[in-house]
Design a protein around this ligand. Structure first.
Ligand SMILES: [Fe+2]
Ligand SMILES: [Fe+2]
Length: 276
């Protein structure tokens, strides 16, 4: 990763209100030296979690709700991709962080799992910032929402369809209603075996390490008990089994730490925990 100097930001003093949440005003204590802080005030930081795959993390504190974090994943390649955009009001922070790795206008694909503010809230901002970029999503998201919401038509990936970015390639898995939303799906980056797993394994807290090989199922199940954000689809085990069969070794979570280990085993443990 290139050396990043911390930049002054136009958000100074106005950030919490802009995000609708409170900035924790601290750099997470668990942040290793290889993590680059790209915005001192928000604590937005960038960490390479796989070869050419960067986790962009912004910690927040939610009034009365403790700490939380939003991650985006940037895949640097001939045709760079970002997986989920972050909240619309977080766009300047995410763009600044992307800009610490590559010129933001180089982005080619603005990808996301399902239609929610933290998944694609700044989709149109990104389409404007990166003139060659297009939305990348599943066929249901394209049909139901993105053909209308987005300023440029999406590239819709069918279930099991893959797309080359250069040396990286991503494969789309339809996962309707897992954990929520009819249009939900995930991307598997096949060169690094990184599953961009969105809201699966959501962990609370604002100071999780960028990557961990410690248990994330326990913390994410504790979070799920507090906020029932999983649908009750009867097909969850079948879909988790399909994801497991891709044998991911990194789980790139949207909230909390990314995780290294036997992804198939952890996905099956999640199915057990869900009791499906
Ligand atoms: Fe979600
Ligand atoms: Fe999310």
């Amino acid at each position: 990763m290139p050396n990043i100097s911390v930049k002054r930001t136009a958000f100074r003093g106005r950030l919490p209100r802009a995000l609708g949440v409170a900035a924790p005003n601290v750099i997470p204590r668990s942040m290793p030296e290889s993590t680059m802080v790209t915005n001192k005030q928000s604590g937005t930081n960038v960490h390479e979690v796989g070869d050419g795959i960067y986790r962009i993390n912004t910690p927040v504190s939610i009034p009365g709700g403790g700490g939380f974090s939003f991650n985006q994943y940037l895949i640097v390649d001939d045709e760079p991709l970002i997986f989920h955009t972050g909240l619309r009001k977080m766009f300047p922070l995410v763009r600044e962080a992307v800009g610490s790795v590559l010129p933001p206008q180089r982005l080619r694909y603005i990808a996301f799992s399902h239609v929610e503010a933290d998944e694609c809230g700044s989709l149109n901002e990104w389409l404007a910032a990166a003139p060659q970029s297009i939305p990348l999503c599943g066929t249901v998201a394209a049909l139901v929402s993105i053909n209308d919401l987005a300023d440029r038509p999406p590239r819709a990936l069918a279930d099991d369809e893959s797309l080359s970015l250069g040396k990286h390639s991503v494969r789309w898995f339809d996962t309707p209603h897992l954990p929520h939303a009819w249009e939900c799906g995930f991307l598997m980056e096949e060169w690094t075996r990184t599953l961009l797993c969105g809201d699966l394994f959501t962990q609370g807290g604002a100071d999780n390490p960028p990557v961990t090989d410690s248990d994330i199922l326990g913390p994410s199940e504790a979070f799920r008990r507090g906020m029932d954000y999983f649908s009750h689809t009867k097909n969850a085990r079948e879909m988790l089994e399909r994801l497991a069969s891709a044998s991911p070794t990194t789980l790139a979570c949207m909230h909390g730490s990314a995780w290294y280990g036997d992804g198939a085993k952890l996905l099956r443990a999640l199915a057990d925990a869900l009791g499906v």
